[in-house]
Design a binder for this molecule. Sequence first.
Ligand SMILES: Cc1cc2nc3c(=O)[nH]c(=O)nc-3n(C[C@H](O)[C@H](O)[C@H](O)COP(=O)(O)OP(=O)(O)OC[C@H]3O[C@@H](n4cnc5c(N)ncnc54)[C@H](O)[C@@H]3O)c2cc1C
Ligand code: SF4
Length: 338
Amino acid sequence: MINFQYARATDVADALRQIEADPAAKFIAGGTNLIDLMKYDVERPLRLIDITRLPLRTVEETADGRVRIGALVPNSDLAYHPLIDQRYPLLASAILAGASQQLRNMASTGGNLLQRTRCFYFYDTATPCNKREPGSGCSAIRGINRINAILGTSEACIATHPSDMCVALAALEAEVHVAGPAGERAIAFADFHRLPGDTPQLDNNLQSNEIVTAIELPAQGFAKNYSYLKIRDRLSYAFALVSVAAALELDGGRIKEARLALGGVAHKPWRKSEAEAALRGQSADAATFAKAADLLLRDAKGFSHNAFKIDLARRAIVRTLTQAAKGTPQIQSSKKVR
Ligand SMILES: Cc1cc2nc3c(=O)[nH]c(=O)nc-3n(C[C@H](O)[C@H](O)[C@H](O)COP(=O)(O)OP(=O)(O)OC[C@H]3O[C@@H](n4cnc5c(N)ncnc54)[C@H](O)[C@@H]3O)c2cc1C
Ligand code: SF4
């Protein structure tokens, strides 16, 4: 038994005061990832600061037509919220592709962003892992790396970010709002998560004394032509081998605007401006989609067990863009379950 203290924060200022006073502490929201990591002895916080009572549970439209999502909105409430279901169905679809109904009921929006990798070795404290213990080595590079990354990897780490929700947020160009001792700041979603480089212990650019307060979505929701496709080993309750979020704005058969993000392939949701530029102004057909897929995967590199992901991703991109263009999005099997 490893002892730790538990305290409840009353508001954002109180949460910030508590984390500033004890840098070895951790915020806890739904606990669906942090508690597992503590049980596996991967995380050893000396103090948990429970933030579940903070007033960050609303989804509301802002005066300029954006939508602000509180960091503590549970994943299920978010997916079924009318504003999200109707204006941002890509986000709703990605959330419903993740975890199980029970987990989605507990998991928070902020926690989903900050969940840690599912690399087998990260959870196995008997093996070297640079993310868990910087400088110890990476067991996955020459080990069982079927679920690991094919893009943006480094010699120090080939882990992926496991979230589905974040892939849709990347495609929608959301903003992450955070508060810290210096006040509030907004981080573009593309700049929130990091590539591993030589500091794989850092998953994102949030400082340890900051708290995520909200996510903001731009007004453009791509509600007509979108699709989220998740390829995994089991139809439910499994993380993505590859996932694709596609959103298009069409003008007849031509693409006016395009967003394309991949999950399950890198340390962060993977986008490339050249791939989206190759879609804009083009006819929405298989040849255009294949070209965008090639550009998005241009720098992909497979390891001993995951090279199959490159071809899988290429085909998944073409299929997802085809679904988006036709207005026939992938239906998640959990869509009707509440
Ligand atoms: C069996 C299983 C299957 C799963 N399958 C999927 C899946 O298919 N797809 C998917 O996307 N996810 C999946 N998940 C992951 C799940 O979505 C995450 O565990 C969940 O979103 C984390 O949210 P939480 O509120 O429980 O976070 P917690 O566990 O409470 O916290 C996670 C981390 O975030 C930090 N944190 C939480 N909130 C804040 C905040 N507001 N500000 C700063 N730091 C914060 C905590 O300190 C901690 O480090 C699965 C989880 C499990 C256990
Ligand atoms: S890929 Fe990253 S998380 Fe996995 S063993 Fe290597 S360093 Fe650790």
